[in-house]
Design a binder for this molecule. Structure first.
Ligand SMILES: [Zn+2]
Length: 139
């Protein structure tokens, strides 16, 4: 995967990322670690897509793109993966995942609410949040 990287210290464009910037000699180990992580997630995404695990692939691509938004290859693959993702089950899966991962997620309804209910739920939550902010309490 081709990365367009500039040294965060001297802004010099780097063709091959190594531990030190060839221009200023700055320590780029942390940056190299991030690139390595993005690469690993991209490879996992490709592997998952090959066996039709579209949601898993999409998750790995989301991480890849969070680490490197300019990754055209990952973007391209994500477009293909999205095409294959089941539009009927995906929202429910994401809802289920949100309930598990979010703080206080267990307070969310167990099933994905229908659109009208969801809108009411979000409006109420926004109102509560605004009320709390106006009383000066940290939400
Ligand atoms: Zn540099």
């Amino acid at each position: 995967m081709a990365f367009a990287i500039t040294c965060p210290l001297c802004r010099h464009r780097i063709a091959d990322l190594s531990e030190r910037c060839p221009s200023c000699g700055g320590d780029l180990a942390a940056l190299a670690g991030l690139v390595d992580l993005a690469d690993r997630h991209f490879n996992d995404a490709v592997r998952a897509a090959r066996v039709g695990r579209w949601n898993t692939s999409a998750e790995h691509l989301a991480v890849t793109l969070a680490l490197n938004p300019a990754d055209a290859e990952a973007r391209q693959l994500l477009t293909k993966v999205r095409y294959h993702q089941d539009p009927k089950t995906l929202p429910n899966r994401l809802w289920h995942k949100a309930r598990i991962r979010l703080p206080y997620g267990e307070r969310l309804p167990a099933q994905l609410p229908r659109e009208a209910e969801l809108r009411r739920f979000l409006d109420n939550a926004a109102r509560r949040l605004a009320a709390r902010r106006s009383t000066g309490r940290v939400p």
